[in-house]
Write a protein that binds this ligand. Structure first.
Ligand code: ZN
Length: 152
């Protein structure tokens, strides 16, 4: 068994059957040769300093070629599904950010539209008063001209 045999604790323990007798967790293999196959291995197995123990025993029976193939394919599918999920999550985050920006833009455009409507109303009002002034001034002029012509 190589040191690349990584493992996960499953909270199931066995005592090392060799001299040390230390508690030995049930681990799960992740190698392509024995995917998901459980085993016991003493904590001192890979120790390079001083104490060393060679206790290693498979908990599960050997995998058939078919089982190994199915497990590896499922793991691959799982990995690709996880990455797809991560991508769609990132896309969702991007879309939410874009949505926020668009909402702000809509608010700005609404404010701009309101300001434009108000300035149009003010302009129309100014034109109206100007017209009213011209009509009154004109009428006054003609009225005064008429009075002057009577007085002459
Ligand atoms: Zn041991």
């Amino acid at each position: 068994m190589s040191s690349s045999e990584s493992s996960n604790f499953r909270h199931e323990w066995e005592s090392c059957l060799y001299d040390c007798g230390d508690p030995t967790p049930l681990r799960v293999s992740t190698t392509p040769e024995n995917p998901e196959r459980r085993f016991y291995r003493c904590g001192w197995f890979d120790n390079t300093l001083g104490r060393k123990c060679n206790f290693f025993v498979w908990y599960d029976p050997p995998l058939t070629g078919r089982t190994r193939h199915v497990i590896l394919r499922l793991k691959e599918e799982n990995t690709s599904l996880c990455s797809e999920l991560e991508q769609s999550f990132m896309q969702q985050t991007r879309l939410l950010e874009e949505d926020e920006k668009l909402k702000i833009q809509v608010k700005m455009l609404e404010t701009e539209g309101r300001n434009m409507r108000m300035s149009v109303v003010e302009r129309d009002r100014a034109r109206y008063f100007m017209l009213l002034f011209l009509v009154i001034a004109g009428s006054l002029y003609f009225f005064l001209s008429w009075i002057m012509s009577l007085a002459a």
